[in-house]
Design a protein around this ligand. Sequence first.
Ligand code: PLP
Length: 456
Amino acid sequence: MNKITNHMPTAELQAIDAAHHMHPFTANHELAAKGARVITRASGVTLTDSEGEQILDAMAGLWCVNIGYGRDELAEVAARQMKELPYYNTFFMSTHVPAIALAQKLAELAPGDLNHVFFASGGSEANDTNIRMVRRYWDQMGKPNKHVIISRKNAYHGTSVGSGSLGGMAGMHAQGGMPIPDIVHIGQPYWYLEGGDMSPEDFGLMRARELEAKIEELGEDRVAAFIAEPIQGAGGVIIPPDSYWPEIKRICAAHDILLIADEVITGFGRTGEWFGSQYYDIQPDIMTVAKGLSSGYAPIGASLVSDKVAKVIDSGEFAHGYTYSGHPVAAAVALENLRIMEEEKIVDHVQNEAAPYLAEKWHSLADHPFVGETTIVGMMASLALTADKSVRKPFKAPAGTVGYKTRERCFANNLIMRHVGDRMIVAPPLVMQKSDIDTLYERAVKSLDEAYKNVK
Ligand code: PLP
């Protein structure tokens, strides 16, 4: 058998890939016919593929490479940690320095009293932890019926059976067995698609009040928690109307239910604050983090837990944990990533330079005849493609067809921009400079022009 290397012809790599590699969230038979794009290396905000093409990564991988690619410091820390202590677990009264140091750092960075950290290998696992933790919390509080978790349609909280059930992705639920019992979904604050004739603010209030109605329907004594992304990411970068979060806060407090903020995407600078909860002035009881925690350089996630919840959970044994909870190499890499973010003031860079410039460019795309609205917070943005911008009219083709074609044009023009239905989204590395944003804009305009011509 040949050794597989970067130097093999692309077609050969694609054939072996198609024969043996089942890709996530991919129709693998289509991929086999087309061949996957083989990414061979990356530096800064640019990927290189096996044909030598230079591609601007406006999605930071999967919303995770916040500090950009190719930071040697992280590779060096990983190598050092692998030599010193490549693995040990944190079960059964053991610990190690990287896990201790990262837990302390996260407690310092997180808002309010999220002073306790339960580690996982990614966002799905951390949300599975949250399901078990909030139920255990209410059991220990003497309220064993408080087990229902309320989430939202079109939310994404991961792909395991638990986290996929928390999520409200109809396509995932349609594939069987989800949602598991005692997880229910209310409407999302997606004004553009679902707001009809209401003002965004009235619509935001209405959607928030669905939470109160659901709690009253089920009975407060049955509801454990509400989980939400401050801004829905995979759902299409859905930025809620300003009225939404204050009302959600009020309802959670009034009904004695826990608030879980899933900050897997919005954490670590994406919104121009360290956490989306700070952007919206929310104080969650539990916060889910992953992705930007290590800038994607190592798989790690965590549940950040408030004093109130940790005190109850820690009063007994919580029968839960992963082999890789607090993995020393992943923890060391995450710590180094956070050191770089702080020392290089990357959150300030987002807030004062990159995000305002991206916003200016992004909003100017709203003039395009193909674009119905543009929205952006920090370094996460979306635009709606529309058949008629005056009335937010959808296309005749099934939802997602035009978005997919537009994404294809972006891909051909060496820009990674994703589509969710007929919404185009970006979440670039936070370290983007103005010249990178200019390139993003130019390639986006070219791709929109080309897609528009084809659709007209
Ligand atoms: N939560 C949110 C908000 C996410 O966007 C994701 C992944 O995209 C997850 C959870 C799941 O994280 P992971 O893919 O690391 O399991």
